[in-house]
Write a protein that binds this ligand. Structure first.
Ligand code: FES
Ligand code: FES
Length: 156
């Protein structure tokens, strides 16, 4: 069965007829050409598909698009503005928080959700917020450092 949903993606209103069982990660990647959210495990275990729904991190592989009707979705593609990387994107780049980059969009969106709730997180806060995001490359130390740097910069 199909239904028409309207939602806002990175500031743009989208209205589309979708099947009830269409996952948000597939809607974003296959219908909106927003491939930043990755399908790492497709089962809620890696965090690579994390996006923000109304400002809160959500695993898009476990979220039905139809349940997001009327919400605001933010993906990694919407983070850079006017050709400038976001504070978190720049911090990941400058502090070696990213290597192969597969986990990075999910890491940054989870961190973005954290910093909106808590602009001054300590290391444990960051570890807790990123507890569901896996990285096979960095060993996490540089990711945590990057988020600390971004948080400090945002507070200045
Ligand atoms: Fe969603 Fe891994 S693809 S948690
Ligand atoms: Fe490669 Fe995290 S940078 S998986």
């Amino acid at each position: 069965m199909k239904r028409i949903v309207s939602l806002n993606i990175n500031g743009r209103t989208v209205e589309e007829a979708i099947p009830d069982n269409l996952l948000l990660v597939d809607f974003l990647r296959e219908r909106q050409a927003l491939t930043g959210a990755k399908k790492g495990c497709d089962g809620g275990e890696c965090g690579a598909c994390t996006v923000l729904v109304d400002g809160h991190p959500r695993l898009s592989c476990l979220t039905l698009t139809a349940s997001c009707a009327g919400t605001e979705i933010e993906t990694i593609e919407g983070q850079a503005r006017n050709g400038r990387l976001s504070t978190l994107q720049r911090a990941f780049h400058e502090n070696l928080g990213t290597q192969c980059g597969f986990c990075t969009p999910g890491m940054i969106m989870a961190a973005e959700g954290l910093l909106r709730d808590n602009p001054d997180p300590d290391e444990d806060d960051i570890k807790s917020a990123l507890g569901g995001n896996l990285c096979r490359c960095t060993g996490y130390v540089k990711i945590i450092e990057s988020i600390m740097v971004a948080a400090a910069e945002a507070r200045r």
